[in-house]
Design a protein around this ligand. Sequence first.
Ligand SMILES: [Zn+2]
Length: 234
Amino acid sequence: MKIHAREVIGLVLIVVGIGFEKQWWTIPREWSPWKPLHIADPITPVTQWKLQRLEDDSEACLAAIRTAPEGAVEYTPLAPYTPVEGCALDNVVRIQRTGVSFNRSFVASCPLAVAWVLYERHRLQPLARDVFGQPVVSVEHYGSFACRNIYHRANARRSEHATAEALDIAAFQLDDGQRIEVLHDWEGDADKSRFLHEAQETACGLFGTVLGPEYNAAHANHFHLGMRGVSVCR
Ligand SMILES: [Zn+2]
C-alpha cells in the first residue's frame, strides 16, 4: 500500500487539532494571539500584534495595564476629550510615573502606555543593568501629544503625536546620577553610545515606529517611539 504525503499531512493536522481541543498541549500565553496581554509575560513577535489590537478596545487595554506589577505604573484613565480642535483623543491615560520618574506627566494612548511599560521592564532596564550595572531611574521626554502634521507641514499626514500615540525620549538618568543624552552620547562615550544604540534597537518590533538620530536631523536629539506602523525602525 502506498501512503501519500497528503494523507500523512492530513492525519497530522487532525491530531494537532484534537490536541488543542483536548488541551493536551497549550501555547504559552505570550505566543497566543487570542490570549490577553500581560505586562509580566516575555515579549514575543506576537506582542506587537496584541498591542495593536488594543487600539480600538479601551477596556481590554486598561485590563492590560492593570496586569502591571505593583509600582510598575501610576496612571489616570481619561475620558475621551478634545484638548485642541481637530485632535480628539480617546483610549488615553495620563502617565504620572512608571518604574522610572519623568520630567513631567504625559498623556498617552493606552496602547502606548502599555508598550512603554513593557519596554521599560523587558528591554530598557535589563540593558541598563547589563551596560552600567544599575537601573535607569528617570527619563526625560519632549512630550507625547501635539496637534500637528508630520514635520509641521500643511500637506503632510497627521503625526502620531496628534493622537498621543508617540513619545519623544531625549535622555535617561541612571541610579548614580549619570545622564545619557541622545544628542550628546549617540556617538560619544563607548558605554553610553552602546546603551543608546541598543535602547533604540530593542524598541523595534514592540513600538510600531521607532526613529532616531540616524533617520534625519529632526531626530538628532531624541528617539520617537510611536504606535502606528509595523516594525518601522530607522
Ligand atoms: Zn516624535
